[in-house]
Design a protein around this ligand. Structure first.
Ligand SMILES: [Fe+2]
Length: 379
């Protein structure tokens, strides 16, 4: 058997309503910290998702400062602003509360408040020295899995994004409260849910770091997500479906944090970077051509996935089912529906071809011409 390593967050709490009892659940992870910086965004705050958590924390004697100005695709300026507010407040621990952007921001803020390593030195793989402040992450969408990954993605220029991937980014605790996801609109539920399925598919077919633990998690994730995605889209108040999606996204996050994503994410990044298409939607749109392209090199794992979720055990079975799901949940299928035209393809394809972090994980090598052809296919 090929040697491997597997890491994840050491303490996970999954319970409906857990956010309202955050003080009790998070207390071991906070290691005595009494001054908490909560990192979130205005959408989450406006929906009142934080209210119960804040009430509970304050009733238990915690002093809390809320930084709620995280934006999608967070730039460095947001990180620095949160760090400066946290420092002024005397924060002793950080709580990330929201979708991928607030959680990624919280990870980096906890590092910057806990050590004097400059942000610029942290980008890349395993460059973070730590230590960091105690960190608890609470997702309010079911997709990114960021609550259990060791990655944070930051926007560093007009269109460019950089990642920080290192073990100190694993939080001390992830708290899964499916009630927080009950109000997610159908379109976001669909796109983020398909993104979570992509995490599991890409982890299971990863060329470099695929391992028995990430494989088991990826298959469990796919079963959970496949069972609940359409139900959650059809009836957002279906608590069992919401819990299944949140758990499935977390399992997929554990899988891809150890066996990283490949060609689908590489093809999705320029849609976000250049056209601000949300991450989940970008992945959903580019998934079909990449699955078809990879099929010749990934017949066995695609077939295994398809069989595991009750389909005909072949790549054709998986491809047809992912197409059917995209149609059933009403997700966009074409780049032109997202305002992307033929003339944009060369620059996008160049960006993908230069992605030497993700392309080596893809089961089949992807050259510039292949990438152009795949974008053309879905124009
Ligand atoms: Fe993703």
């Amino acid at each position: 058997m090929t040697p491997f390593q597997f890491r994840t967050v050491p303490h996970i709490v999954s319970a409906p309503g857990a956010a309202g009892e955050l003080a009790r659940h998070a207390s071991p992870a906070l290691r005595g910290a009494k001054r908490l910086l909560v990192v979130t965004d205005q959408g989450v705050r406006g929906l009142g998702l934080l209210d119960k958590a804040l009430e509970g924390l304050e009733a238990d004697g915690y002093a809390v400062h809320v930084y709620d100005k995280v934006v999608a695709d967070p730039p460095e300026s947001v990180i620095f602003q949160a760090v400066s507010e946290g420092r002024e407040f005397g924060a002793q621990a950080v709580i990330g509360f929201g979708g991928g952007s607030p959680m990624d921001t919280a990870k980096v803020v906890a590092l910057l408040l806990g050590s004097d390593q400059p942000l610029d030195d942290m980008y890349g793989m395993d460059r973070v020295k730590g230590p960091r402040l105690p960190l608890v992450l609470i997702p309010t969408t079911a997709g990114t899995g960021s609550e259990v990954t060791s990655v944070a993605v930051i926007t560093t220029g007009a269109t460019s994004k950089r990642g920080i991937a290192a073990a100190p980014l694993y939080a001390d605790m992830a708290v899964l409260d499916a009630d927080l996801t009950l109000g997610l609109p159908k379109h976001i539920t669909a796109a983020t849910g398909i993104d979570a399925m992509v995490h599991a598919i890409e982890a299971f077919t990863g060329k470099r770091f695929k391992n028995p633990v990430s494989d088991a998690l990826a298959l469990a994730a796919l079963k959970m997500l496949h069972t609940h995605l359409e139900r959650a889209c059809k009836d957002g108040s279906d608590r069992e479906a919401r819990a299944g999606m949140l758990l499935g996204a977390m399992l997929a996050g554990q899988a891809f944090s150890n066996s990283p994503v490949g060609g689908v994410h590489a093809m999705a990044y320029p849609l976000g970077g250049m056209f601000h298409v949300p991450h989940g939607l970008s992945n959903s749109v580019v998934l079909p051509p990449v699955l078809r392209f990879n099929a010749s090199a990934a017949e066995a794992p695609y077939g295994e996935i398809a069989g595991h979720i009750g389909l005909e055990a072949s790549s054709a079975g998986l491809i047809a089912e992912m197409d059917r799901i995209a149609q059933a949940v009403g997700i966009e299928r074409r780049l032109s529906e997202l305002g992307i035209s033929h003339n944009d393809i060369p620059a996008m394809a160049e960006d993908v071809a230069a992605n030497d972090r993700l392309l080596p994980n893809n089961p089949r090598p992807m050259a510039y011409g292949d990438i152009v052809a795949m974008y053309e296919e879905i124009l």
